[in-house]
Write a protein that binds this ligand. Sequence first.
Ligand code: PLP
Length: 360
Amino acid sequence: MLRWAEIYLNRLKNNYNSLKKFTGRKKIIAVVKANAYGHGSVPVSLFLERETDVDMFAVATIDEGKELREGGVKSPILVMSNPLIEGVDEVKELNLTPVVFDFESLEIAVKNGIGFHLKVDTGMGRLGFLPYQWESVLEKLDFSLLKGVMSHFADSDTDVEFTRYQYNMFIPLIKKVLSVKKVAVHIDNSGAVPLSLDGLLTHSRIGLALYGSKPYPDFPVPVEQVMEVKSKVIDVKTLPPDWGVSYGRTYITRKSEKIAVVAFGYADGFIRSLSNNWQVKINGCFAPVIGRICMDMTVVSVERIDTKVGDEVVITDRALTFDKMAEKAGTISYEIMCDISPRVKRIFFEREDGKILSRF
Ligand SMILES: *Cc1c(COP(=O)(O)O)cnc(C)c1O
């Protein structure tokens, strides 16, 4: 195996417990869309179901919900995009809980007797009923099918003031709904967890931070990166002086230089903008990426590193994090995690030492 990702479920559990402390008394909705941000949605969900008091899972699509059900997940599964135009029958068969966010999806849910969470827009400007519609929604609402009300923060990682403004806008609606029926109420995402918004909220919807990435640099909840991505050296050689490296010859050796070819490229999820802009670890030493990242391979400089073909290469781990990678690549860690491709085999561990392979 030349490329793989080690998933440390013990860290996932620690992250869960740390986050739970900050949310106050709220229950957790673990967001496992996009294959649990690349970590493997079935193993991650089954592990959380077994080892924590997770209350619910959230995915984006019916297929993601189906995968969880077929994998044996029993908890409620919230489907957050538009499952009701995707397939009402499957939503019913799989016992998925759709998010309803406009009059069309509300009508489909009611006509088919499907329990749902109602989503309102408090400033995200994406899915959700806008404030001017709330009155008429409440008038039309079939409370027997209503299981939750939710909204979504637009800027919880950078703007506390706007986040509180959104929450305050949400409160009157929550109060009206709760005066009729006790349902789940949620708006938090990872970035909002440290605000410990309390009172009427019953759940926090958490994705990113569960996987150990910080929504912002001084995020106060201690979390540790769950995934470590590894590869192997497939060639070592010394290039002559003034020799170009990789496509476009963006790196030229000055003197003779020892290089290693690593079996990891953008088809594996190595963001190409990290070309000449990242360091991997080989035998505990940093080896800078030189030249452009290719589809299946990347060249690194190993001038003073003792290395040979077959040596393990760390692309990212809990010290050399996705957060650092994202900063260098000018993107967000979410995108990098989601980009770790299916050809990178996921291996699951439940302990740090001894490396006990999980039963998944
Ligand atoms: C993805 C998503 C979340 C999780 O956000 P994180 O920042 O990863 O915690 C929560 N709510 C909705 C609606 C989402 O789409």
